[in-house]
Ligand binder design. Structure first.
Ligand code: AMP
Ligand code: ZN
Length: 458
């Protein structure tokens, strides 16, 4: 496509960065593992949300807005959810209690994702709406000799797949030799994993050929990606903790059920996030939710706007570990304060920003280029480029009539400057400054003419 650089992505499957070629440029398909909805999402969970949103925006730019399908699931069946439902809603019947937990948490997650400047994915399927699809895949796996029933479970037979372990490069025999992994007696091999397990009365369950039960975690993603993106699709993403066992097992299920060589062509994983140099955990007391950062004063005694959190995240390459710190947030905030709240109109994004993103989402270089543009570039080009990263500063809401009046005074000042009446021109600038309106002088790149933008001082 004209003017667009080749897109290169690092692929965990090959451990190489290579040129991205979609299966169908008319419908580029990406799947990202979404949250398990039992509790507020933490700032680590925000990383894949933001990183893959940037990729979604980039793909839409390259292939066209209506030619990209992005699916991010909601895992709303999980034993952690059951436990939370029993704890928080002891008076309700289990199903109602579970629904109360998942609906509330899901809504909160979507609010958080939007506040972080992310676009809504094309589809956001829920696991519980895809149980029939999961059962169908498990039936195929049994029929093809890749799964077996034992002790109230249906298990995937890892030994039945010749090249199991390609993504994580784990070799089953290596794992088992000298392994201290306690072999569950009912499993053929210790690496075999649950596709379906029977539920007792106090657990949520669905009717299936193997009795009333519930799916294992991995099968959910095989079912939802297959339904919305097909047996083989372009990109699959998530945090690197998901490489093993989750993604390895998704691959095993999907490939063995569909008889394909790959599940997705490119596997992408974001690095982990720490807080102030330490692993985030409840016991360390440094567990920070997106909600707290946005709406409360628990982190460094103040609230943090979504765009600051987002920019702070993009100031590290997605594959690197990231240290989330107050210093980093303040740095992002200082940058944003210097950026204009312009409109992109039909301007095209800047090439340096685009090239940086096309090089395996180098958001660090893209942010630097964006900052240079903010200083001396065309505000519309800046805005188009900032939109690609989802970090366009918002224009502060201001009454239209007031805005028109400010525009008129800015224009009058430009006329005075043209007439070299600097004293009067400065008076207008100073009066506006006293009213909290900051002027920014620049030049139109093509005509060389002076242009002035204004913004409400933060
Ligand atoms: P979970 O709800 O734990 O399955 O996580 C949802 C997504 O967040 C997955 O893609 C995880 O890999 C990712 N994730 C969880 N913790 C972190 C972290 N500390 N840093 C970066 N990504 C994370
Ligand atoms: Zn998944």
């Amino acid at each position: 496509m004209g003017g667009t650089p080749e897109l290169k992505l690092y692929n965990t499957l090959t451990r190489e960065k290579s040129v991205f070629k979609p299966i169908d440029a008319e419908n580029v398909r990406m799947y990202v593992c979404g949250p398990t909805v039992y509790d507020y999402a933490h700032i680590g969970n925000a990383r894949p949300v933001i990183v893959f949103d940037v990729l979604f925006r980039l793909l839409r730019h390259v292939y066209g807005e209506s030619h990209v399908t992005y699916a991010r699931n909601i895992t709303d069946v999980d034993d952690k959810i059951n436990a939370r439902a029993l704890r928080d809603y002891p008076g309700l019947p289990l199903n109602a209690a579970i629904r109360a937990v998942t609906e509330k948490t899901e809504r909160q997650f979507l609010d958080d994702a939007l506040a972080l400047g992310s676009l809504e994915p094309t589809v956001q399927p829920r696991a519980t709406d895809n149980i029939a699809e999961m059962i169908a895949i498990i039936e195929r796996l049994i029929a093809r000799g890749h799964a077996y029933q034992a002790s109230g479970e249906v298990l995937f037979d890892t030994k039945s797949m010749a090249d199991y372990g390609q993504l994580s490069k784990r070799n089953l025999d290596e794992q088992q030799a000298g392994a201290r992994v306690a072999v569950d007696a009912h499993k053929k091999s210790p690496g075999d994993f649950v596709l379906w397990k029977l539920s007792d009365e106090n657990e949520p369950g669905w009717e299936s050929p193997w009795g009333r039960g519930r799916p294992g975690w991995h099968i959910e993603c095989s079912a939802m990606s297959g339904r919305y993106l097909g047996d083989v699709f372009d990109i699959h993403g998530g945090g690197l903790d998901l490489i093993f066992p989750h993604h390895e097992n998704e691959i095993a299920q999907s490939r063995c059920a569909h008889g394909t060589d790959v599940m997705a062509n490119v596997w992408m994983h974001n690095g982990f996030l720490q807080v102030e140099g330490r692993k985030m955990s409840k016991s360390e007391g440094n567990f920070v939710t997106i909600y707290e950062l946005l709406h409360t004063e628990t982190f460094a005694g103040r609230q943090w706007p979504g765009e600051v959190l987002r920019l702070a995240m993009l100031m590290t390459h997605y594959r690197e570990p990231i240290d989330f710190s107050v210093k980093r947030l303040e740095e992002a905030e200082r940058l944003l304060a210097k950026w204009p709240a312009a409109e992109p109109g039909d301007a095209k994004p800047d090439e340096t920003v685009l090239n940086a993103l096309a090089d395996d989402l180098n958001t660090v270089a893209a942010v630097q280029a964006l900052h240079a543009l903010a200083q001396s570039g065309d505000p519309a080009v800046f805005a188009a480029s900032a939109t690609l990263l989802g970090v366009l500063p918002k224009k502060t809401e201001i009454d239209e009539a007031v805005a028109a009046e400010i525009d008129a005074r800015v224009k009058a000042r430009l006329e005075l400057l043209k007439a070299k009446n600097f004293a009067e021109a400065d008076k207008i600038r100073d009066t506006l400054a006293a009213e909290g309106i900051q002027l920014k002088d620049g030049k139109n790149a093509e005509t060389g003419e002076r242009v002035t933008t204004w913004e409400v001082k933060k």
